[in-house]
Design a protein around this ligand. Structure first.
Ligand code: SF4
Length: 203
């Protein structure tokens, strides 16, 4: 995988892309980017949570819309997902980033992909190097063979991929793969930074 080429092409495609050597450096850069903003949306992302950014934002007195909270009602979950689309700064990871500089995500509900495209003033996408793939075909392959089965498993779903570890393009009512977005270029009205950490992070 060619991280340097990925960064160059992300920049060519209008993204503010950075490669950071470790999590502490990445966290420092992210928190500096966050400082002008007051309200934050956190997409379903293991990577962001593993960096303890959510607790740090709360400690700084920021308002955080995070739906990964045990025991919240359906109404509260919906309210938080809607607020993520209109916050100052939305943060999430990506399912795959190509060396051509494209960002690929698959969602079941769509709050993450819609917030990435339009709404928040600022979007910060954080990714480990394990999400970098050569091209769009490999991005879809990565999502079907790695990201989606692991995500379905982490949610305790009853989809075929949880048992087999592979995608069978299922018709399960619990199917999480319903919307695929490809950011070929930075969306016209959204300022997007991509922080790539030189480590394996998330799935
Ligand atoms: S389409 Fe179904 S089987 Fe395939 S990864 Fe998504 S949830 Fe799993």
């Amino acid at each position: 995988m060619d991280v340097k080429r990925c960064i160059e092409n992300l920049r060519k495609n209008g993204f503010d892309a950075h490669l950071l050597e470790d999590i502490d450096d990445a966290k420092g850069m992210i928190l500096r980017m966050c400082s002008p903003y007051q309200t934050f949306g956190i997409g379903g992302s293991d990577t962001i949570r593993s960096m303890n950014i959510v607790s740090e934002l709360k400690r700084l007195g920021k308002t955080v819309y995070d739906h990964w909270i045990d025991g919240i009602s359906k109404e509260e979950d919906l309210r938080i997902r809607l607020a993520q689309g209109r916050c100052d700064c939305f943060m999430c990871s990506a399912n795959a980033i190509t060396e051509e500089g494209e960002i690929v995500n698959v969602d079941g509900i769509g709050n993450r992909v819609s917030a990435i495209c339009f709404g928040p003033k600022k979007v910060i996408i954080v990714s480990g190097i394990n999400k970098i793939v050569p091209d769009l075909n490999s991005a879809i392959k990565r999502i079907k063979e790695i990201a989606a089965p692991l995500r379905a498993k982490s949610l305790g779903l009853n989809t075929p991929c949880v048992k087999t570890g592979k995608c069978s393009n299922c018709d399960s009512p619990q199917r999480i793969c319903r919307i695929t977005t490809i950011l070929h270029k930075r969306p016209m009205l959204t300022d997007i930074s991509v922080i790539i950490v030189n480590k394996e992070m998330g799935y």
